[in-house]
Design a binder for this molecule. Structure first.
Ligand SMILES: [Zn+2]
Length: 433
C-alpha cells in the first residue's frame, strides 16, 4: 500500500470544514476583489458558537490556501491578497473581521502577520468584541514529533502534535514524496492528536514496510521546511486537494519547533549519492537538472544518449537543460514565454549560466555554494534554483540596466543562501521556480 493511502485521515469532517473547502476551491478561480468579498463573507463562520480555536485557525489557513500557488505577473500574491484582505477587514471592523484578523496574525504569511496584529489591536480598541476562542490563540506549544518511513524509500510521513494551553494535543501530518524530490505532497490536521499517533504506531506494527519512530523536534522542523520549500519551488507539484488548506497552519506550527542549521532532513538520500561521486561527476550532477524518465525516453527515441552529451559544451548543456524542463521548452517553441507567471526563457537562461559557472569553476563560489546546499539536504534541481535566485538580481542589472556583472554582489547573495531563497519562495516571488 502506498504510504499516502494508509487510511489514517479522519473520515468524518464537520460540514463547516466541508463548506469552507468548497468556498476555498471556488475562491481560487476568482479575481482579487471578488475573492476578498468571498473571504469576508466566510469570516462570519468564525463566530459560530461551537467553533474552537483549532477550527478557527484551520479555517483561516484554508482561506489563505485559496491563493497559494497563484502567480501574478509583477506582483506578490501575499501582498495582493493578504494585505488587501487585512485592509478590507480593518475597514469593516465587525466582530467577524476582528476574528479573521486575529487568526491572520497567527497563521498569515510573514509580512502579513504583523500588519494583521496591528489591525486587530485597532479594531479591538474600538470596542468590537473578541470571540471566546481568541484567548487560546498564541498559546500553542510543541508536544511530540514522529516519523513514519517507508522502508522502500518512496515516502515518509511526519506526525507532529501540538497543544494549546490546557487542551489535549492536536496533530498535523505531512506526507513527503521522496520520488518527487522530497516535496510535501499532502498535509492535514486533526483535533484528536493522541489518537492519530496511536493509529500510526499500530499501523506500523502491522506493516513490515514501515518504520515508526519518535524524532528530535529540530529534525522534524528540518524535514518539514525542506519538504515545504521543495513543494513551493517545484513546477506544478502534484499535491493533494487538502495540501493548500493546511499549508499555512503547518508552516506556522513547524516554526514553533527549535531550529538547528546543522541538522539535515534526510541524510541518506540523493545527497549521499551525489556526494560520493568523484569531483567531475559531482560537478555534472550539481550543474545540470536531472531529466525525468519520460523526457529521457524521448531523447533515446531520437537516438540521443544523454550520457554522451558533454556538459562542458554550452550547446549540449542547452539540450540537457531544455529536456529537464519540457513544459518551458514547449512554451518557447510555441512562441510563448510565460509559464505560470514567470519567464520560461529567463529560467532556462539562468540555468545555463549556473551550469557554466559550475562546470568552469568560475566563480568557484557557485560550486562551493552548491555543495553547501547539497549538504543541507537540497536536491540538485532545487539547489540550482536557489543559485539562480542569487544570480537573478545581478543579472537583471546586466540585462535591464546594461551594467557590468557585479561578481561581488553575486557572491554576497550566494552567502545568504538558502535562507534568502526560502523566504522569497514562501512569499511566492521567485523567477526561478
Ligand atoms: Zn529549473
Amino acid at each position: 500500500m502506498s504510504p499516502e493511502s494508509r487510511g489514517r485521515k479522519p473520515k468524518s469532517r464537520s460540514s463547516r470544514i466541508e463548506r469552507r473547502r468548497a468556498a476555498a476551491r471556488e475562491a481560487r478561480g476568482l479575481l482579487p476583489d471578488q475573492l476578498l468579498r468571498t473571504m469576508m463573507s466566510n469570516a462570519d463562520e468564525l463566530l459560530e458558537p461551537d467553533v474552537t480555536v483549532f477550527d478557527a485557525e484551520s479555517m483561516v489557513s484554508s482561506l489563505l490556501g485559496s491563493w497559494w500557488g497563484k502567480s501574478l505577473v509583477d506582483a506578490d500574491p501575499d501582498e495582493v491578497f493578504g494585505e488587501a484582505l487585512i485592509d478590507h477587514a480593518a475597514q469593516q471592523a465587525t466582530p467577524a473581521a476582528l476574528a479573521l484578523l486575529l487568526c491572520l496574525a497567527e497563521v498569515g504569511p510573514d509580512r502579513a502577520r504583523v500588519k494583521a496584529s496591528h489591525a486587530a489591536e485597532q479594531v479591538r480598541a474600538g470596542g468590537v468584541p473578541v470571540p471566546a476562542w481568541a484567548a487560546s490563540l498564541g498559546t500553542v506549544e510543541p508536544d511530540s514529533c514522529f516519523l513514519a518511513e517507508d522502508v522502500t524509500g518512496d515516502g515518509s510521513s511526519l506526525i507532529l502534535t501540538f497543544r494549546y494551553a490546557d487542551q489535549e494535543p492536536h496533530a498535523l501530518v505531512v506526507f513527503i514524496d521522496h520520488n518527487l524530490g522530497d516535496i510535501a505532497k499532502d498535509t492535514w490536521a486533526a483535533i484528536e492528536g493522541s489518537e492519530v499517533v496511536e493509529r500510526w504506531r499500530a499501523g506500523a506494527e502491522d506493516d513490515p514496510e514501515m518504520e515508526f519512530s519518535q524524532i528530535e523536534p529540530a529534525r522534524a522542523r528540518a524535514i518539514a521546511e525542506h519538504a515545504l520549500v521543495n513543494t513551493d519551488a517545484a513546477f506544478r507539484p502534484p499535491v493533494s486537494d487538502e495540501f493548500s488548506h493546511y499549508r499555512a497552519l503547518t508552516l506556522t506550527r513547524v516554526r514553533l519547533l527549535p531550529y538547528d542549521p546543522e541538522i539535515v532532513a534526510f541524510p541518506d538520500n540523493e545527497r549521499v549519492a551525489i556526494e560520493s561521486l568523484d569531483d567531475d561527476e559531482q560537478r555534472r550532477a550539481l550543474a545540470l537538472p536531472p531529466i525525468e524518465p519520460d523526457a529521457r525516453a524521448q531523447l533515446e527515441a531520437e537516438d540521443l544518449d544523454p550520457e554522451l552529451l558533454d556538459p562542458h559544451d554550452p550547446d549540449h548543456r542547452q539540450v540537457l537543460i531544455e529536456r529537464a524542463h519540457p513544459e518551458h521548452a514547449q512554451a518557447l517553441e510555441q512562441g510563448q514565454d510565460e509559464v505560470h507567471g514567470s519567464s520560461a526563457g529567463l529560467h532556462l537562461a539562468l540555468h545555463q549560466v549556473i551550469a557554466g559557472q559550475i562546470m568552469d569553476g568560475d566563480p568557484s563560489e557557485t560550486l562551493d555554494t552548491g555543495r553547501r546546499l547539497l549538504a543541507s539536504g537540497y536536491d540538485a534541481h532545487n539547489l540550482q534554483h536557489a543559485l539562480m535566485f542569487a544570480l537573478s538580481e545581478p543579472m537583471r542589472k546586466v540585462l535591464v540596466e546594461q551594467r557590468e556583472f557585479d561578481v561581488a554582489e553575486y557572491i554576497a547573495a550566494l552567502d545568504l543562501l538558502p535562507e534568502s531563497w526560502r523566504v522569497a519562495v514562501e512569499k511566492g516571488g521567485t523567477e526561478s521556480s
